[in-house]
Ligand binder design. Structure first.
Ligand code: NAP
Ligand code: G4F
Length: 327
């Protein structure tokens, strides 16, 4: 009997969002395929607990033929392009690589779909970092972009090439302009996770201080699991479109630290050291999204509050660091 389950291919499977999206799609009854790139060590920490339920395809966003082969082999109904060099500071150190993976990588995936089967639906992981030096507050789908990092510039290119393929080839290609979203699976270099991991280490006596950069930067932070649901909803609509996905609340890095330290009865002022090495050549000072369009058209809204998110991350890091200390 033919398998009539929907089939999804995810690039960036091993990342924070890829891992949550794969779990969500499995729950929805999909056959899930994930692009993984060759590495001397496996980077499967985030997907180890369900990896036998998914199929792996080896490919790299910098290699066009490998992407065509992956899409031809899997023949998915939906492709989610989540792979990227996604850490903003690295984009100043490796701007060419960032452009190759984060900008041209999206074109390679779109080209692969165009060549293999134009009916495959496509999701692009666009970013609020494209708004950069914000031109209006809050930011909507029509706010002009003013990116402030090579990463933001690369994402703006990937965003517009997605729009262009939709308009040029009548492809079902959507961009989700996602504001910062976090979880216990967030990479340790991003500020929320750096703080929640640092708080756990200080509380458990294996660190004394936490060195951070700009505490006055403001972000619109949400929970990654809420945000991957929005990605899926975008591809279930009758028409392809672009959507802002945000919590629509803005907080400073300092407020985020206060919540994290208070969770374990500590005072951030006793432990946080401002270190200019973590300042950026050009900063994005404030991001605040207006997700009214997603609420209206997708019926989407975030479920986890900012405080609950940071506390969940502190609790998870406390458990992890305790286990590390025991072993
Ligand atoms: P992440 O944790 O950094 O994951 C990035 C993924 O991309 C990893 O699976 C990585 O694989 C893969 N990758 C990197 N270079 C690749 C290449 N050349 N070929 C194939 N795969 C490659 O990122 P995330 O937080 O899950 O974010 C997912 C996407 O959303 C990214 O495009 C990011 O830029 C975008 N975004 C994120 C946020 C956010 O707040 N999280 C907000 C807006 C947009 P390895 O494991 O092998 O390194
Ligand atoms: O956590 P961050 O590194 O995230 P950033 O730069 O906003 O980028 C993230 O969100 C984007 C969406 O807008 C994504 F597209 C992107 O892929 C990534 O997921 O930094 C947040 C803020 C910045 O203003 C930074 O200057 O925190 C400030 N910050 C202060 N001290 C720090 C630190 N950031 C980091 N990473 N490390 C610090 O010590």
């Amino acid at each position: 009997m033919a398998n009539d389950k929907p089939r999804a291919l995810i690039t960036g499977l091993t990342g924070q969002d890829g891992s949550y999206l794969a779990e969500l799609l499995l729950e929805q009854g999909y056959d899930v395929y994930g692009v993984v790139r060759r590495s001397s060590t496996e980077t499967y920490d985030r997907i180890n607990h369900f990896k036998e339920k998914i199929s792996f395809v080896q490919a790299d966003l910098t290699d066009q033929v490998s992407m065509i082969d992956a899409i031809d082999e899997v023949r998915p109904s939906e492709v989610y392009n989540l792979a990227a060099q996604s850490f903003v500071p690295t984009s100043w150190k490796q701007p060419i690589l960032t452009g190759d993976v984060t900008a041209l990588g999206a074109t390679r995936v779109l080209e692969s779909i165009r060549v293999v089967d134009k009916k495959i639906k496509f999701y692009q992981a666009s970013s609020s970092e494209m708004f950069g030096k914000v031109q209006e507050v809050p930011q909507t789908e029509t706010t002009s972009f003013y990116p402030r990092s090579p990463y933001g510039v690369a994402k703006a290119y990937a965003h517009w090439i997605t729009v262009n393929y939709r308009e040029s080839y009548d492809m079902f290609a959507c961009s989700g302009i996602l504001f910062n979203h976090e979880s216990p699976r967030r990479g340790l270099e991003f500020v929320t996770r750096k703080v929640t991991d640092g708080v756990a280490r200080i509380k458990l006596g294996v660190a004394k201080e936490l060195r951070l950069g700009n505490l006055d930067a403001q972000r619109d932070w949400g929970y990654a699991l809420d945000y991957v649901r929005a990605m899926w909803l975008m591809l279930q609509q009758d028409t392809a479109d672009d959507y802002v996905i945000s919590s629509s609340e803005m907080h400073t890095v300092r407020e985020m630290c206060e919540i994290a330290f208070a969770r374990v009865d500590l005072d951030m002022n006793d432990h946080v050291v401002v270190d200019e090495r973590f300042y950026r050549p050009a900063e994005v000072q404030e991001l605040l999204g207006d997700c009214s369009k997603a609420k209206k058209n997708l019926g989407w809204e975030p479920k986890v509050s900012f405080k609950a998110l940071i506390e969940m991350m502190v609790d998870a890091d406390m458990d992890r660091v305790k286990a590390e200390i025991r072993t």
